[in-house]
Each structure stands twice: as structure tokens, then as C-alpha cells.
Design a protein around this ligand. Structure first.
Ligand code: NAP
Length: 298
């Protein structure tokens, strides 16, 4: 295996799930020759056929254990609710020294669901590429998806350092920047930066959907005034986001409580005509936007 600068190389990589994230990763591996063989498994034959026709798989199978057999690296790229079943299915197929990784948006639940199925001698190295779009499926992927984005790796205490470095090298090769973090901390950070914003978008768009027809038509017509940006986020995959909220319940509920308190304070400021309070908050939030742009995450 290589150093941080040179490209990593694997013998056999198995991707369990070949949607937006799995197929984007496969495209990078193919483009840069990072593996001798990419074995792909998915839930439906249709996705496997698509992966083959896109040229991003060397072999395909509906059986995740068959894909994982003899793999040096297995990356689960499926919805989190499928992890436990996949873990059970592939456990006996993981060879000694194999690395089991994933791309799930929540990390404590991943360790909970996969940990018990990692055999002696294999290494669990969970990861989360913090990149995505509102599109799903093998055709939605593209190799630049991870370029300049963060990939957070959350190895359980005592994980083999070499295995962590191999996973980090793979993500560096996609153009990602690496951050190693404790799973619980990852989930708290994502609750604020990703999960709460999605929940807000789902709420706003849901509220608009419930409006009486004439008003709803006007909302769509004038959506460029702000609503449009929420509709993009609220178009994100329903399975993925259901799983995120069910598997990061504690952190999301905690941040939601704080959000509700702040929203009530804003409501009060509007009711009492406290313009200074509104102006101060809006000025502070503008600064945050500048920080995001400076960090090249806009
Ligand atoms: P996606 O486009 O919907 O693709 C999901 C893939 O998983 C499909 O290939 C699907 O197969 C497969 N799958 C579903 N159930 C399976 C099972 N039981 N066994 C094997 N394969 C199964 O989803 P995605 O957006 O790539 O998300 C995948 C993971 O990435 C999720 O855990 C999500 O949290 C994480 N993630 C997503 C984003 C994002 O923005 N989308 C960002 C970062 C991380 P079929 O097509 O045959 O149904």
C-alpha cells in the first residue's frame, strides 16, 4: 500500500450498493485504476445491469456475500436500515485482514449494526463522505462528487492503524479531505450541519404542500424568492433520510430542542417589534455564510 501522496491500490473492492455514492466511488476507482476488480452487489438486478452497462463493475451479484468473498476492501453504500442484514450476510465471507467500511451518514448506529458481524482478523473502518446531491441510483453518480469535500472516518477505539490509513488513502484519492472523529461526535456535528437543515426543508415544503390549492400554485410560481432552495433539499432520498432520523434520534432531538427555543425567541422579537434583535442575528448569520465561502464549502 502506498504513502499519503501516491495513489492506493487494492486487489478486489466490493461495493454493496451502487447508487449515487457507490457509483461515484466506483467511477473514481475505475478512472484511476485503484483496484484490479470491482465486485458490485445491490438489491435489484436492474441496478446491477446498469452498473455493468456503465462500465463501473467487473462483476455483479445479488448476493452480498459473493461480492465480499476474497475482497480486500468492502464498502457498504446502501441505506442504513439495510446494514444489519448485509453485515449478517457477509460476515462469513470476509477474509482475514479484510477491511469493512461504509459511507453512511450516521456513524454510531453503523458501529452498533456492523460491529457484531466483523469476524476476528477483519477491520471495521466506518467512513462518511460529506458530499451528495438530491439524486439517487447508479446513473446519478459522477467521479468529481467528493472532490474538495470532507470525508469523516470514525474508527472504533483500537482499530488497526494500517486499515484506517488504507481507507483514508482511498478517500484522498477521490479528492476528499480527511478528518478522523469519534462516531458520537460525528453524529452530533451532522445533526446541526446536515440533519436539522434537511428536517427544516422537509417541514417547509410539507407546509406548502398542505396549503389550499390557489396559494400553493402561487408558492411554486414565486419559488425563486427562497422556497426553491428548500425544495431541492426536500427532494432528497426518502429512504436515506428516514434512516438518518431514526438512527441519529438522540442528537437530532437535542438540536431540535435548541432550535425550537431559538425560533420562539425570534417569534417573540417579531411580535414585540424588536428590530435590533433581528438585525443583530441576521448580521451574525451573514458572517457564518462568509466563513463557509472562505472554507470553500459553498
Ligand atoms: P441510493 O442512490 O439510493 O443507492 C442505494 C443503493 O443501495 C442502491 O444500489 C440499492 O440497490 C442498494 N441497496 C438497498 N438496499 C440494499 C440491500 N439490502 N442490500 C444491498 N444493496 C442495497 O443511495 P445513496 O444516496 O448512494 O446512499 C447510500 C448511502 O450513502 C446511505 O447510507 C447514505 O446515508 C449515504 N450517504 C448519502 C449521501 C447523499 O447525499 N445521497 C451523502 C453521504 C452519504 P437498488 O438500486 O438495487 O435498490
Amino acid at each position: 500500500m502506498s504513502s499519503q501522496q501516491s495513489k492506493p491500490h487494492f486487489g478486489r473492492i466490493a461495493l454493496i450498493g451502487i447508487g449515487l455514492i457507490g457509483s461515484s466511488l466506483a467511477r473514481v476507482v475505475k478512472r484511476d485504476g485503484l483496484a484490479d476488480h470491482i465486485a458490485v452487489s445491490a438489491r435489484t438486478q436492474k441496478s446491477l445491469d446498469t452498473a455493468m452497462s456503465l462500465g463501473i463493475a467487473d462483476s455483479v451479484t445479488l448476493d452480498p456475500a459473493e461480492a465480499a468473498k476474497d475482497a480486500d476492501l468492502v464498502v457498504i453504500c446502501a441505506p442504513i436500515s439495510a446494514y444489519e442484514g448485509i453485515g449478517q450476510a457477509i460476515s462469513g465471507a470476509l477474509k482475514p485482514g479484510a477491511i469493512l467500511s461504509d459511507v453512511g451518514s450516521v456513524k454510531e448506529a453503523v458501529i452498533r449494526d456492523l460491529g457484531p458481524h466483523v469476524p476476528e482478523g477483519a477491520h471495521l473502518v466506518p467512513a462518511h463522505p460529506v458530499a451528495g446531491t438530491e439524486h439517487s441510483g447508479p446513473e446519478a453518480g459522477f467521479p468529481e462528487l467528493f472532490d474538495g469535500r470532507w470525508c469523516v472516518i470514525t474508527p472504533p477505539t483500537g482499530t488497526n492503524e494500517d486499515a484506517i490509513e488504507k481507507v483514508a488513502d482511498l478517500w484522498r484519492a477521490t479528492g476528499s479531505m480527511i478528518e478522523i472523529m469519534e462516531a458520537r461526535h460525528h453524529d452530533q456535528v451532522m445533526a446541526v450541519t446536515s440533519h436539522l437543515p434537511h428536517l427544516i426543508a422537509y417541514t417547509i415544503v410539507g407546509t406548502a404542500t398542505d396549503l389550499e390549492k390557489s396559494l400553493r400554485n402561487e408558492v411554486i410560481k414565486f419559488s425563486a424568492s427562497g422556497f426553491r432552495d428548500f425544495t431541492r433539499i426536500a427532494a432528497s432520498d426518502p429512504t436515506m433520510w428516514r434512516d438518518v432520523f431514526l438512527n441519529n434520534r438522540e442528537a437530532v432531538l437535542e438540536i431540535l430542542q435548541r432550535f425550537n427555543e431559538d425560533l420562539t425567541a425570534l417569534q417573540r422579537a417579531i411580535r414585540w417589534g424588536e428590530g435590533d434583535k433581528l438585525f443583530d442575528l441576521f448580521s451574525r448569520t451573514r458572517e457564518i455564510r462568509r466563513g463557509v465561502i472562505d472554507a470553500k464549502q459553498a
